[in-house]
Design a protein around this ligand. Sequence first.
Ligand SMILES: [Zn+2]
Length: 303
Amino acid sequence: MAYDTYNVGMGRHKLGIAAAVAALLALASLWPGGGPPAGTPTATEPTASAADPPASEDGDEAEDTGTPAAPSSAPSEPASPPASSAAPTTAAPPASASEPAGGAYGGPLGTRNRTGSDAVALTFDDGPSPEWTPTILAMLRERGIKATFCMIGAYAEAHPELVADIAREGHTLCNHTWFHEFDLGARSEGEIRANLQRTNDAIAKAVPGAEIGFFRHPGGQWTDRAIAVAADLGMESLHWAVDPSDWDEATTEAQIRERVVDRTGPGAVVLLHDGASNQRDLCGALESIFAEFERRGYAYTAL
Ligand SMILES: [Zn+2]
């Protein structure tokens, strides 16, 4: 496990704080006047080993101003380039995505990274986005696919109609923190709780009585504390098994398609984004991903 290696002997909370400080300093020095531009790497990601599932980064960077801005992307690249682009291609999906269902909690710190059945879960993070969420909803609707949307609270507050659309169409709702705070898990229990509750409140304001059964930490930077608080609020911590880095401007449509198709096996939770800035490529790739998954006979689950 990359995350185990990452945390060995260091104390993950301390490391998380150090990493967050390093990232903030790096960002402050580069963009003193505002948020980082799309595609900016952060210094906060754990490294991945070849034996692990792709565990790179999720999501965009969101400036913690309290004012929702247009979603932008600023996570880091995986330390290990995706196999599909860096190594000779293999026809078979990786072991991590083709194991028998049952071991659904192989994510960092025991988080869920598989569906628990043969069905595949598509998850869309960092929205809702007026630019991309309606398009992705329409694509899912056309095929009768139910997915999971991991929403940023500030964006949910800014676009309640999109939250309502997502819920009305039968997709699963997931809390992705108030403003994509990468270091949230390293903060105090009280801060984590307030952040997650504020996010749930924004979602529930758009969809009264909404069931928010999942939490996904930005960047996959899980801590035991964040997982415990989420559980206390009734949310299961949801990681992923497949990450094509679709948020990254540098990732092409062909790469997104190839990474998802190569790495996804039965039971995989696939990390995608409706709230990043590169989603034209994702939408293009989704067409052929759907076709390939149909050829394989995959079913979908919204978790
Ligand atoms: Zn995210």
